[in-house]
Write a protein that binds this ligand. Structure first.
Ligand SMILES: *Cc1c(COP(=O)(O)O)cnc(C)c1O
Length: 382
């Protein structure tokens, strides 16, 4: 066996900084001990900073999908109507969760690779004034598209409905201020921009309108209970045993993010995203996102005549680089390079160089270094 250095450039899980790994390697704290209460106190403040809110953010021991489920079972009641913005795996997931609990979904279909047209959302909401909630992924990780959450928030605000945002590849990637935009509920997860292992789900219930729905909700739930969790959180506790080591790691992550500063974090993601896009275009490839590409990842169309599934496979097996392929009907048709979380300039240069080599080996006519050069120029310009 050849020794290999691995590079994780998938849109989750993402690499974990050494400081955070070290923090998580400390002996386990008891979750009712004062030491852990102090950790929770720091984490609460850090999450408020990260989510840009005065409200609290609750943390569950669950993957991001658990946080999504929490934002359905605590909000809706059986047979309630909800609008789900589709157009990718994660938009579809909102619909699946709502339907699993007997809610009626009015889907808004968006072509994969496109962003939702806010006017269409406004019209749909007007035609269905009984809708309780609108569910949307801020950054649709399966297509690399960013939806205009700010515009959606403006549409939803004057109505009786609330806006629930899946921010798993948005929080810590680009500016999406919860309070300033009036987002009602924001959910996220640990293993993307938050630079942690999988296992934590976050929910921020940020408005009175959202709390009113939570009070009225009659869907069955036990573990995912916003009221109970928020009550405990105010005493630096969680209702059940938290994922202690992950929460200790989270405190470290939040320190790192605060030290860099949110603005710098967003600027870094923007620079890496632009470098990746310019590199792919310089080697003649087309971006999958027709509009508003997300700064979390770059989805790229596989060129005609090339075996698309071979690209991530060769990158992983021959070069130790993990990116992602396409999902569902786009399996083999696109590949996705992530640049979120603990990602820096040389991650991009490495990924681009290896992608050029793989494409060349697969028979695609690429001038080696063309993408790398484009990325370098973008990175130099800042
Ligand atoms: C990763 C991701 C999730 C959560 O997925 P889990 O596997 O449950 O953590 C949800 N939404 C988006 C947009 C994601 O990228």
């Amino acid at each position: 066996m050849r020794m290999k250095k691995s590079h994780l450039l998938a849109p989750g899980p993402t690499p974990v900084p050494p400081e955070v790994l070290a923090a998580m390697g400390q002996p386990i704290l008891h979750h009712r001990a004062p030491e852990f209460g102090a950790v929770m106190e720091d984490v609460r403040a850090g999450l408020r900073y990260l989510f840009q809110t005065e409200e609290e953010v609750v943390t569950f021991a669950a993957s991001g999908t658990g946080a999504m489920e929490a934002a359905v079972v605590n909000v809706l009641s059986p047979e309630d109507k909800a609008i789900c913005i589709r157009g990718g795996k994660f938009g579809e997931r909102w619909q699946e969760i709502c339907e699993a609990y007997g809610a009626e979904v009015i889907p808004i279909d968006v072509e994969w690779g496109s962003a939702v047209n806010p006017t269409l959302v406004a019209d749909t909401l007007q035609a269905h004034p009984e809708v309780k909630a609108l569910y949307v992924p801020a950054s649709e990780t399966s297509t690399g598209v960013r939806h205009d959450v700010e515009a959606l928030a403006q549409i939803v605000r004057p109505t009786d409905a609330i806006l629930v945002v899946d921010a798993v590849t948005a929080i810590g990637v680009f500016d999406m201020p919860t309070d300033a935009w009036g987002l009602d509920i924001v959910v996220s997860g640990s293993q993307k921009a938050l630079m942690l292992p999988p296992g934590l789900g976050f929910c921020c219930v940020a408005t009175k309108k959202a709390w009113k729905l939570v009070e009225q909700s009659t869907l069955p739930s036990y573990y995912f209970d916003f009221k109970k969790e928020y009550e405990n959180l105010r005493n630096n506790l969680s209702s059940y045993t938290p994922a202690v080591s992950l929460v200790v790691g989270l405190r470290e992550v939040l320190r790192l993010i605060r030290a860099e500063g949110l603005e710098q974090v967003f600027a870094r993601h923007d620079r890496l995203a632009r470098a990746t896009r310019s590199a792919m275009q310089a080697i003649g490839l087309e971006l999958f996102a027709k509009e508003s590409p997300s700064n979390a990842l770059t989805a790229v169309k596989v060129p005609e005549g090339i075996d698309g599934t071979a690209i991530p496979k060769m990158l992983r097996e021959d070069y130790g680089i993990t990116i992602a392929g396409g999902q569902s009907q786009f399996k083999g048709k696109i590949f996705r390079i992530a640049h979120l979380g603990y990602a820096f300039d040389w991650d991009i240069v490495t990924a681009v160089a290896a992608t050029e080599m793989v494409l060349k080996r697969l028979g695609y006519d690429v001038e080696l270094g063309a993408g790398v050069r484009a990325a370098q120029h973008t990175l130099l310009e800042g």
